[in-house]
Design a binder for this molecule. Structure first.
Ligand SMILES: Nc1ncnc2c1ncn2[C@@H]1O[C@H](COP(=O)(O)OP(=O)(O)O)[C@@H](O)[C@H]1O
Ligand SMILES: [Mg+2]
Length: 202
């Protein structure tokens, strides 16, 4: 591999398996002797912790625009503090969500995609971004949260629509995630290994 590391992002609906497979990917790469680390958005920093604990938990309602700006601000901090230094050290950084999550979720909530892209223009683009494709009907069964299944299903359908736009324009590479975990795990590993091979030789 080249001296500099790489930024790999795992995207998908809630319950599609991002956290499961981001961790498995890191472990599988490490087993092959590749220095890879796991990270996540929202970050573990102050802003990310606020977003997780307060906004995502529903303890505080803020206007959609404020929410979008907070996610973008946390992203910049996370990239500067955690991701870029690791990439400089030559590591492969596997991120559980990245900018596409903002586009998909805030876009599904009705904000203009171009505006979301604009406020995220400081974000480091992923070198390789994977979309774990699982139908909304399947993810709602996997997560079974408090909210009514219908409500969540509708939201997940809207979010999926935006993700699929980025699959169709080639920014996200899709993998069928509605299979046994071991199959998805091997699929993701093969895709990433192929990408790393091509990257090394290009
Ligand atoms: N391929 C799969 N088949 C069945 N269940 C899965 C699969 N991948 C993940 N899961 C399960 O679905 C749930 C959500 O997975 P998780 O990795 O937390 O998703 P996300 O981080 O995308 O929300 C977990 O209980 C996980 O074990
Ligand atoms: Mg997760």
């Amino acid at each position: 591999m080249t001296k500099k590391g790489l930024f790999i992002c795992i995207e998908g609906l809630d319950g599609s398996g991002k956290t499961t497979h981001a961790h498995k990917l890191v472990r599988n790469l490490n087993e092959k002797g590749i220095d890879a680390i796991y990270t996540t958005e929202p970050s573990r920093g102050e802003l990310g912790t606020f977003i997780r604990g307060t906004i995502l938990e529903g303890k505080k309602r803020v206007p959609r625009v404020v929410e979008a700006v907070l996610f973008a601000a946390d992203r910049v901090e996370h990239l500067e503090k955690d991701v870029k230094p690791a990439i400089e050290e030559g590591k492969v950084v596997v991120s559980d969500r990245c900018v596409y999550s903002s586009l998909a979720y805030q876009g599904a909530a009705g904000l203009d995609l171009e505006w979301i892209e604009k406020i995220n223009s400081f974000a480091l683009p992923a070198d390789y971004a994977i979309y774990i494709d699982v139908p909304p009907e399947v993810v709602v069964q996997r997560i079974r949260r408090k909210k009514s299944v219908m409500e969540r299903l509708e939201t997940q359908r809207e979010v999926q629509k935006v993700y699929l736009k980025f699959v169709n324009n080639g920014q996200l590479i899709s993998i069928d995630g509605d299979r046994k975990k071991s199959e998805v795990e091997q699929g993701i590993l093969s895709m990433v290994m192929e990408f790393l091979e091509n990257h090394r030789t290009s």
